[in-house]
Design a protein around this ligand. Structure first.
Ligand code: SF4
Length: 173
């Protein structure tokens, strides 16, 4: 059967970004999309933040940064952590063979996400709140960022892992 993969919804062209835009990836939507079924997720939309919305950023320590909206000062950390844990739990029942995340996002980014220190200076050493919950709940799931999939060797390895997992699941079924 076709592998099911989770994906940050903006990468499929859904207009869910803070400014109402999207980040459609032609490779994901058209090329890989011809061979897999996507399960789109937008954690910020599912949190009820709406479109358009204030931009968010990670602030504090990279091990457990806070998710804040700097203009209004609203802190969404606990709400997003709880949504992300519940969403990861639900996704664990979706028979997924992989997940593609949007890079640099304080919710979806897998690594090298900016974390603003108290001084106001950011260092690229964090991970998005949803991405962390997904990794914690599904540590064996092949997960990649869309930016890294532009590298043909990484893309090939990711696609191989996804289809190998599908074959393994089918063999067990
Ligand atoms: Fe939504 Fe994640 Fe895309 Fe941001 S990066 S718009 S939270 S899916």
């Amino acid at each position: 059967s076709r592998p099911r993969l989770g994906i940050s919804a903006c990468l499929l062209g859904h207009n869910v970004r803070w400014d109402g835009g999207q980040k459609r990836s032609r490779f994901l939507a058209d090329v890989l999309g011809a061979h897999v079924d996507w399960v789109p997720v937008c954690p910020e939309l599912e949190l009820g933040l709406g479109v358009p919305r204030e931009t968010l950023r990670l602030v504090g320590l990279p091990s457990r940064p806070r998710l804040v909206a700097p203009r209004s000062g609203q802190d969404h950390t606990e709400a997003m952590e709880s949504l992300a844990a519940a969403r990861a739990e639900a996704l664990a029942k979706e028979d997924l063979c992989g997940f593609v995340l949007k890079k640099d996002s304080p919710s979806c980014g897998l690594e090298r996400v900016r974390v603003y220190r108290e001084s106001g200076v950011p260092l690229k050493d964090g991970a998005g709140v949803f991405a962390r919950a997904l990794r914690a709940r599904l540590p064996a799931l092949p997960v990649e960022e869309e930016g890294r999939l532009e590298d043909s060797a990484l893309r090939e390895r990711f696609v191989e892992r996804v289809f190998a997992l599908r074959r393994w699941k089918d063999a067990l079924a």
